[in-house]
Design a protein around this ligand. Structure first.
Ligand code: TXA
Ligand code: MG
Length: 331
């Protein structure tokens, strides 16, 4: 059983003590809930991998509260400092060369010479990092391969006993994980799309490339281990760009469902409440992003034989939403 405690000064202090003692704390961020541990403590970090059943080749993001702390861990060039100035705190993770003096457990970076780092824009996360007085390594707080958790209840459902202490602060604003930007080479590369797109970053960096992987980890060279194909997957099949429904399928809609029919007869309006969710009736991508993981979980019910997802425009936040959906569809 997980203990869910509403975040306040006392519970943040309690959580900070758990972090200092080498334990795990699930914490809210503006993107998704994270499962945090002291990034300087190898045993504590190992507990994260065990709790999530995460393959040890998949490195973690280090969360700090200010740029000065980041500079003790990674080498920040002028590009990185410029981005930090503009986008931190916020949902942008930078991959930067790890400093020899960083003291970060090798498990965090899965042996890579780089570290993923960000300052989260959430007052509870920042308060916890400051109170713990250590950098906090935190992947999304879900069992490996499942949709990320955007509410305390989803953390508890996904991780159970493996997330013994959940610091709760309601649903996450953004609902999708941070943009991961590789700044370790000459050309900046987005390895995971998020709120910030290449267009948002290019004014500060010049040309930004995408390398979204969609690779089969067993065969291909994967730049960011999190790019492995199957990820974010519900336990039932996910079908993309659906223009109609099969009998028994649930609908994850975007925009109007007026023309969604069911093959063999019927229409989307006949679906029961457990078989239909709309990411955004107004076709708003920000609203859709914040609903995505919750609605995938809602529809992941044994009475549904699969989830048909309507098409989502591939611009702005739609790039990130489609990235998560295409991985979910590999399940
Ligand atoms: O919004 C977020 O980023 C959330 C919150 C909790 O901060 N965290 C999150 O962590 O999504 P996680 O572990 O689920 O995803 C981290 C991603 C993975 O795709 C991982 O492979 C990649 O970052 N990553 C971490 N370190 C890396 C490195 N040194 N080089 C390349 N990719 C790295
Ligand atoms: Mg994750």
């Amino acid at each position: 059983m997980s203990i869910i405690k509403t975040a306040n000064e006392a519970t943040i202090a309690e959580a900070a003590q758990i972090i200092q003692d080498g334990g795990l704390v699930a914490l809210p961020t503006e993107t998704v809930y994270g499962l945090g541990a002291n990034a300087l403590d190898g045993q504590a970090v190992a507990r994260i991998f065990a709790a999530k059943k995460r393959p040890s080749f998949n490195p973690l993001i280090v969360h700090v509260a200010d740029v000065a702390s980041a500079q003790k861990i990674v080498k920040m060039d002028a590009r990185a400092l410029g981005l930090a100035d503009e986008f931190w705190p916020g949902p942008l993770t930078l991959i930067l060369p790890k400093l020899d003096t960083a003291g970060i457990s090798d498990l965090v970076s899965a042996g890579l010479p780089t570290i993923a780092i960000r300052i989260p824009a959430h007052k509870v996360a920042l308060a916890l990092i400051k109170k713990s007085a250590v950098p906090i390594a935190a992947p999304s707080a879900n069992s490996s391969g499942e949709p990320s958790a955007t509410t305390p209840r989803h953390v508890a459902k996904s991780l159970g006993d493996n997330a013994p202490f959940i610091l709760a602060a309601g649903a996450c604003d953004v609902g999708l994980e941070s943009t991961v930007l590789d700044l370790s080479g000459d050309v900046p590369i987005i390895l995971r799309p998020g709120v910030f797109t290449a267009e948002d970053l290019e004014p500060y960096l010049g040309k930004v490339d995408y390398d979204l992987g969609h690779k089969d980890a067993s065969k291909d060279q994967v730049k960011s281990p999190g790019q492995i194909l199957k990820h974010y997957a519900p336990s039932i099949p996910v079908r993309l760009n659906a223009v109609d429904l099969e009998k028994g399928e649930a609908l994850l809609a975007f925009g109007s469902t007026k023309f969604m029919g069911i093959r063999g007869g019927g229409s989307a309006k006949d679906l029961t409440d457990t078989a239909c969710r709309n990411l955004s009736e107004e076709s708003d991508l920000t609203e859709a992003a914040s609903n995505l993981f919750t609605m995938l979980r809602d529809l992941d019910m044994p009475e549904n034989k699969g989830i048909a997802v309507m098409s989502i425009p591939g611009q702005g936040l739609g790039i990130a939403i489609n990235d998560r959906l295409s991985r979910a569809a590999q399940g």
